[in-house]
Design a protein around this ligand. Structure first.
Ligand code: ADP
Length: 507
């Protein structure tokens, strides 16, 4: 059995070794999860939510330690660990605690007149064992929110945290233990892609995956073969559109934050900034000044942390070098040829960028902001939608009518107007992407119901001897013809309808 080395990317310090889950253990994990499901799924929602409240309490008790763990494992600054990893998880628990009962209780629906005498409702039945595979950029939030949503519905969960941030994965395991969840309701599979693949192949009842498009495709293929339902939360190449009439100071601050928060390792970051030509130079100056003031480090007051994953740093290096070779100009930041070995990368702004360049097309996960001028509303909508991704977008204008008009035409799962990425922080809104950014939604109502079979139930009192549509059909065709003609005609003929219905009942 191998171990996962926990290395602090900001300091290079080796913190701990975490034992990998053996591939031989996969079947045992699923058997235990299915056994635990029998009791967990039978608890009332209120009883299950009590465990989520305990989890929230445990997180609150050790919030500072949790932040330090995320910082040490991921290299992000403490403020971002707190506001973007821990807070959304607590808020997610609050949402689930408040709304799970409403969303997952049976819902009465109308029954059409043709099914007279019956009642209909929808019931939500847990699917079984949910496999959640999470990434390293927001290792806490992107594990916790799907976990609690699946658990509230009555499912048991196996979490496979990212091997790049195993320290957080192990910490989540300890949090659930401390919160006192019943045995095997939540299990943890630590390890790399082989472990992820083995658990994907182990017949879960649902797979919730957050990560790269490449892995998403692999998982979806396995799931397709076995007809396992999935949610895939994948990458993004989010456009950030600044019109000349925007509050430029705010837009520039927003762009710098959106491009460099989490050291740019965000699927919802500003990955291509389009600025109306007339204010391009001014905007460029504003973002340059703002960027040059950023403080690198992982101290409490630092702004930009280290990158997390050495492989990712090399990818960003290649992408920036390619852009520079194709004519982009490095306005601020350090030329990749002069980078040192540390995982800290000074945020870079690129001008002289064309929309057709790879830097505007391929997702990069790093602190880079390419800026492209545009001339008209039509042109920028075309640029924004000309992408294989469609996760999030951002529109900046003081003309809210125009901003809304543009927002409605953007092919993305979310649009933030005079804001950026903040839609993900509202648990009442659905979250997810279109095109290669993913399949499905979570957060909001969908975040709870995806983990359940939506079951349609019709109830008849059972008093009548027969139904009109049952056998024998002898002599019924003409009556049905007349029944449907009277029922569906624009001016429904009630007398004919009732007469036909009674005739059919007697046959
Ligand atoms: P990222 O680099 O954004 O974390 P990845 O797609 O590489 O994206 O990884 C996301 C998660 O998917 C990680 O937990 C990783 O271990 C897991 N993973 C990688 N490859 C596979 C695979 N073939 N099957 C299942 N899980 C995988």
């Amino acid at each position: 059995m191998g171990v996962l080395k926990v290395i602090n990317p900001a300091t290079g310090e080796h913190l701990e070794d975490i034992e990998e889950t053996s591939l031989q253990e996969v079947d045992a994990y699923y058997s235990r999860a299915r056994e635990a499901f029998k009791k967990w799924s039978q608890l009332s929602i209120d009883e299950r939510l009590r465990y989520l409240k305990n989890l929230k309490h445990t997180i609150l008790e050790q919030m500072d330690e949790l932040v330090q763990t995320i910082v040490q494992d991921n290299g992000k600054v403490p403020t971002e660990a707190l506001i973007a990893d821990v807070m959304p998880s607590l808020d997610g628990i609050d949402y689930v605690v408040k709304y799970a009962k409403r969303e997952l209780s049976p819902k009465k629906v109308n029954t059409p007149l043709l099914l007279i005498g019956k009642k209909s409702y929808i019931e939500y039945m847990p699917r079984g064992v949910v496999l959640i595979i999470s990434p390293w950029n927001y290792p806490f939030q992107l594990s916790i929110v799907p976990m609690i949503s699946a658990l509230a519905g009555g499912n048991t969960v196996i979490l496979k945290p990212s091997e790049v941030t195993p320290y957080v994965g192990k910490y989540i395991e300890k949090l659930f233990q401390k919160a006192g969840f019943p045995e095997h309701v939540v299990q943890f599979a630590h390890g790399g892609k082989e472990v992820g693949a083995a658990f994907t192949n182990g017949n879960p009842d649902y797979i919730f995956f957050t990560g790269s498009v490449r892995t998403g495709r692999i998982i979806q293929k396995v799931a397709a073969e076995k007809l396992i339902p999935t949610t895939l939360e994948l990458g993004g190449k989010d456009p950030f559109i600044v019109f000349a009439d925007a509050n430029l100071e705010r837009a520039a601050k927003g762009a710098v934050w959106a491009a460099f928060t989490n050291t740019g390792q965000v699927c919802m970051s500003a990955e291509r900034v389009y600025v109306e030509k007339t204010v391009y130079e001014k905007f460029l100056q504003l973002v340059k000044e703002e960027t040059e003031n950023l403080v690198l480090g992982t101290a409490r007051d630092s702004d930009v942390g280290s990158m997390t994953y050495p492989v990712q740093k090399e990818i960003v290096k290649k992408q920036v070098l390619d852009a520079l070779q194709h004519g982009a100009k490095l306005e601020t930041g350090i030329h990749p040829d002069e980078w040192d070995d540390s995982m800290f990368v000074r945020p870079m702004i690129l001008s002289n960028v064309k929309h057709e360049m790879d830097i505007c097309r391929e997702e990069f996960f790093g602190p880079v902001m390419p800026i492209v001028p545009f001339e008209t509303e039509e042109e920028v909508i075309k640029f924004a939608n000309d992408s294989k991704y469609g996760l999030n977008s951002s529109v900046w204008s003081s003309d809210l009518q125009k901003a809304r008009r543009v927002a409605s035409q953007l092919i993305t799962g979310a649009v933030n107007i005079n804001e950026v990425a903040v839609s993900v922080a509202n648990h009442h809104l659905p979250f997810g992407g279109v095109k290669e950014s993913g399949i499905g939604r979570y957060h909001g109502s969908a975040g709870l119901t995806i983990f359940c079979h939506e079951k349609a139930i019709v109830v008849d009192s059972g008093k009548l001897k027969t139904e009109i549509q049952w056998y024998p059909y002898k002599g019924k065709y003409e009556d049905f013809l007349e029944l449907f003609q009277s029922y569906f005609s624009p001016r429904r003929n009630w007398i004919r309808f009732v007469r036909c219905f009674l005739r059919l009942l007697r046959k």
